[in-house]
Design a protein around this ligand. Structure first.
Ligand code: WT7
Length: 699
């Protein structure tokens, strides 16, 4: 027996928070204000309830089967239906809203003009680029095209152009490195890479095209050739990159577009089940997972959740300040909002550039009334500009938080200060894999509770299982693995090219038997959670070896393989360390090859390798060189031990290690250095302590 607290004891420390009701003003205008909607989406009405979401779309051919479960867990939604996602997001709004802004783009430099792109203008740009992709790029329905684009209108234009052609797009977050992009280009088999010469970030015009050269080289090493690199220019006719244009491979899009002026490309009518896009995410192994999302199910799901949970009306000015390079941006900047015909704001740069008032200036100027961001941004703004928002006269009716658990203190600041006590907040729990929200509150019907996402959203029936598959009841104060008992239209279809891994990761743990009954195939989300007696879930974080840095998933294996590209490194281990702003940061522990000694900038080399292989978001907070890693007798690195050291928590029982004596050496070295640097440890909450104590347990 140990005297460490059990999961049950930990959850008991949980303090129940008071509810916050939405205002009468919000309720009076909400899309979902009649409680009847909860009944319509209750379990007896599953799966037919999702007809309501599908009916938000325009179908070329209506479907005959809502849900086909004959090949589990490869669910098929709206079978027999045909539609085009671009038509649904653009063309169909032309009759009523041709002159409404579809997108409002805010460049980072305040000296550059904000531009509004109407639905008509979006229609033209998308058609012309679709014609270019088809006739110059040679792409055909079903091909994959990779984008490595920043937050510019050319990104949604490129996405919608692909969707128009039935071409599968795969956007790689602009902040990812060229190498990371190249790995995804090769995995998806894209012959075309679409990029941009540069973009503004923190006041600097970043050279971005150079990453395309690295991406092509990495893809080549992986045995895949890219035929064409199509380059948008941040300022047409002026080239912001030092990287030379490769003859016959690289082309400026603004040079080619005049040939396609006025082109009209018929939207290709796609089966509901055709893939719309891939979105890569990290997992427990080094190989990223290309989550494949469908056309009909996905679009219906993001339209429905945008309508009821984001409370989007066409006349709203909606701003999701995430990056389109992540699933949040695909679902809730581009596809959901545009399917509903609203105005979606895009901001190019850093939230605090040139000062912490920037976001509120944009909100005031554009009359934004729905605002959507992540806890990491909220924490940062609370730290660097707690009084800024009060200086600006914007009014939000609704705000979202997404991506990681939000501390109740931070939630209250968001509510009272950013939301001016008026905005309804939804805390939306979901994942790259799930296409749209899984857990949240219906803003006019279910009160908010700081720190809890809420119950399952409409048509989603979550459950918490213990390790043996027994249900943990609501209000029992015990934590477990949150799963979704049913399929839903937004769920991804498979991992691109790895169907076995798809079944294995998400379904094998709790699959009950070989049956075509969906009830036997709960979806394993990989998150720990507790459910309060009122049915609200509190998400505790990942149960696998994934570190959530500022709302972005980084796999320990990816970080470790990047560190191992440094010649001197023999072994590497990545662990999370609590971070005031980013939630978690990464610390790397590395052991050198025999005969080598520390010094000569090894730490910097490891950091650079990680930035090169993955991107700046993964840059470790510290790199610790150790003489040996704490290991089990079978030679496995005990990540929980070093995670405990990094976080100044109890490292637990080390007597079973092969080399227990190393623990004190490492602790002394790391903790004294941290104290010297002024990295004062703070007390961890019981949940955080549990996360550290069990880190690496997935192996
Ligand atoms: C992981 C998914 C969903 C879009 C952005 C992230 C964590 C997500 C919440 C939330 C607590 C959250 C989970 C999840 N997460 N939203 N509201 N409260 N945790 O997508 O990169 O696929 O990450 O983010 O751990 O599994 P992602």
């Amino acid at each position: 027996m140990t005297n460490e607290p059990s999961e049950a004891q930990i959850a008991v420390h949980w303090r129940e928070e008071a509810y916050y009701p939405p205002t009468a003003k919000f309720i009076a205008q909400a899309n979902a204000a009649d409680p009847d909607i909860l009944e319509r989406f209750s379990e007896p009405n599953f799966p037919e309830c999702f007809k309501e979401y599908a009916d938000l779309l325009s179908w070329d051919k209506y479907w005959h089967t809502t849900l086909d479960t004959t090949d589990p867990p490869f669910w098929k939604w709206f079978v027999g239906g045909r539609l085009n996602a671009c038509y649904n997001c653009v063309d169909r709004h032309l009759t009523t809203s041709r002159n409404r802004a579809a997108l409002i783009w805010v460049p980072e430099p305040e000296s550059e003009q904000t531009s509004a792109i109407t639905y008509q203008e979006l229609y033209r740009r998308v058609n012309e680029f679709a014609a270019l992709l088809r006739d110059f790029g040679g792409v055909r329905t079903g091909d994959r095209v990779t984008f490595h684009l920043p937050m510019v209108p050319e990104l949604p234009v490129s996405m919608l152009a692909c969707a128009r052609l039935g071409v599968i797009h795969s956007e790689v977050f602009g902040g990812f490195s060229g190498a990371a992009c190249g790995g995804r280009v090769a995995d998806s088999g894209s012959n075309i890479l679409v990029t941009m010469d540069g973009y503004y970030r923190n006041g600097e015009l970043v050279d971005h095209k150079v990453k395309a050269d690295e991406a092509v080289a990495t893809a080549r090493e992986l045995g895949h050739e890219v035929d064409k690199v199509l380059v948008w220019r941040r300022h047409p006719n002026s080239y912001a990159s030092k990287s030379p244009m490769v003859e016959g491979r690289d082309f400026f899009i603004d040079d080619l577009l005049p040939d396609f002026r006025g082109a009209v490309v018929e939207p290709v009518s796609m089966p509901a089940e055709a893939p719309l896009f891939l979105m890569y995410t990290s997992g427990t192994t080094g190989r990223p997972k290309g989550c494949q999302h469908s056309t009909g199910g996905y679009l219906a799901y993001v339209a429905g959740t945008s309508k009821y949970y984001q409370d989007i009306h066409p006349e709203d000015t909606y701003w999701c300040a995430a990056d389109i390079g992540w699933i949040t941006g695909h679902s809730y900047i581009v596809y959901g909002p545009l399917a509903l015909g609203t105005t979606s704001v895009l901001y190019e740069g850093v939230p605090t550039y040139p000062d912490p008032g920037r976001l509120w200036r944009i909100a005031e100027r554009l009359g934004v009334n729905i605002f959507h961001t992540a806890p990491t941004t909220i924490r940062m703004l609370r730290k660097v500009g707690p009084d800024e928002s009060a200086k600006y006269r914007y009014r939000f009716k609704h705000m979202t938080t997404v991506g990681e658990p939000i501390e109740p203190e931070v939630w209250r600041w968001y509510h009272d200060v950013v939301g001016k006590g008026e905005a309804a907040i939804v805390d939306t729990w979901w994942q790259t894999e799930t296409g749209g929200f899984l857990g949240s509150t219906l803003p006019a019907l279910q009160p908010m509770k700081p720190g809890s996402c809420g119950p399952g959203v409409l048509g989603i029936y979550p459950v918490i299982y213990d390790e043996d598959g027994e249900t943990i009841e609501a209000g029992s104060d015990r934590a477990g693995n949150i799963c979704i008992r049913n399929p839903w239209p937004g769920i991804f279809q498979t991992i691109w090219g790895q169907p076995e891994r798809f079944v294995d990761i998400y379904y094998s743990k709790y699959n009950r038997r070989n049956s075509t009954d969906w009830q036997d195939w709960p979806y394993f989300a990989g998150d720990g959670a507790v459910q309060a007696a009122d049915g609200y879930f509190r998400i505790l974080g990942r149960v696998d070896d994934v570190i959530n840095v500022a709302g972005h998933r980084l796999g320990t294996k990816e970080l470790e393989s990047a560190a191992l590209t440094v010649n001197e490194i023999a072994e590497a281990a990545a662990v999370p360390v609590m971070d005031e702003v980013r939630g978690r940061a990464v610390e790397m522990y590395v052991a050198l090859k025999p005969g080598l000694s520390a010094g000569a900038g090894i730490e910097a080399k490891v950091s650079e390798a990680i930035v090169r292989e993955i991107g700046k978001i993964a840059r470790p907070k510290s790199v610790w060189i150790v003489t040996d890693m704490p290991k089990t007798r079978s030679g496995k690195i005990m990540r929980r031990v070093i995670a405990g050291i990094s976080n100044f928590t109890d490292v637990g029982d080390v007597t079973t290690l092969a080399n227990p004596e190393i623990v004190d050496d490492i602790r002394h070295h790391v903790q004294s250095e941290k104290l010297t640097r002024g990295e004062v440890p703070r007390d961890l909450s019981p949940q955080e302590a549990e996360e550290i104590k069990s880190f690496g347990r997935a192996e």
